[in-house]
Design a protein around this ligand. Structure first.
Ligand code: F6R
Length: 242
């Protein structure tokens, strides 16, 4: 594992974007694994800047996102699909059919999950997977539990997550109860992984995930067993790793 401590959020975002830039420049038809959440927004802005400056094209890139709420249409403004359109897809030249997000609108969860997993394999596997880090060590929607989930699967959201998400919806009844997520096994199959984390509130989690024991109660700790992981954090999130 390589740990990079950037001075602030802007530097973290630029350094992480550079990893994606270098891959897309050297392998224009690469397969990227992408994440939502607040952490990667700066990174996506950097890639859009590179695209607008004419330095990079996404015309031949294929993407697979980590996760999506079950029961939300891609057009719903709280869907992860919508987030990706807002922050990256609609701002660069990637063809819509080359972007993949688990199909939240598919009520057949077995089909939604197995189709997604098969799609990644058919595309040749993920070259570079981007991850954020949850406060409890989750990656994707893989929450702490007693085993590492292998493939893309359905997760039940905890009452705490449902409550927290309700601020983004008109009523708590509209908050999805389940989500689709790549499994830890899906993530571990990516050839390379870049994880980004910022802020003092992530410092303990970064330490536990990358310097603590490998246990499913801290899902991100599995990454210690991956052969090519770069963790890029700002000084605050890296404070306990010096
Ligand atoms: C998002 C995802 C989540 C987030 C994590 C951190 O697709 O899979 O695991 O990466 O919850 O979220 P932020 O970046 O908002 O702190």
């Amino acid at each position: 594992m390589k740990l990079v401590i950037a001075k602030d959020y802007a530097e973290m975002s630029r350094l992480a974007a550079d990893e994606f830039f270098a891959l897309v420049a050297s392998k224009p038809d690469c397969v990227l694994g992408l994440a939502t959440g607040s952490t990667p927004i700066g990174l996506y802005d950097c890639l859009v800047e590179d695209y607008e400056a004419g330095k990079i094209s996404f015309a031949d890139v294929t993407t697979f996102n980590l996760d999506e709420y079950r029961g939300l249409d891609p057009e719903h403004n709280q869907s992860y699909h919508y987030f990706m359109n807002e922050h990256l897809f609609s701002r660069v030249d990637i063809p819509a059919q080359s972007t993949h997000v688990p199909d939240g609108a598919n009520p057949d969860s077995d089909a939604a999950c197995s189709d997604y997993e098969a799609g990644i394999i058919a595309a040749g596997g993920v070259d570079l997977q981007l991850l954020g880090l949850g406060h409890n060590g989750h990656i994707g929607f893989n929450e702490p539990c007693d085993h590492f989930p292998v493939d893309t699967h359905v997760v039940k959201l905890t009452e705490r997550t449902i409550q927290a998400n309700s601020r983004l919806f008109d009523s708590i009844d509209e908050v999805p109860r389940e989500a689709y997520t790549m499994g830890i096994g899906t993530i571990m199959k990516a050839r390379r992984v870049v994880l980004v984390a910022n802020g003092a509130d992530k410092a303990q989690t970064v330490h536990d995930a990358f310097f603590g024991p490998v246990v499913p109660q801290v899902p991100a700790s599995a990454l210690q067993l991956h052969p090519d992981v770069t963790v890029i954090v700002d000084e605050e999130a890296g404070a306990l790793c010096k």
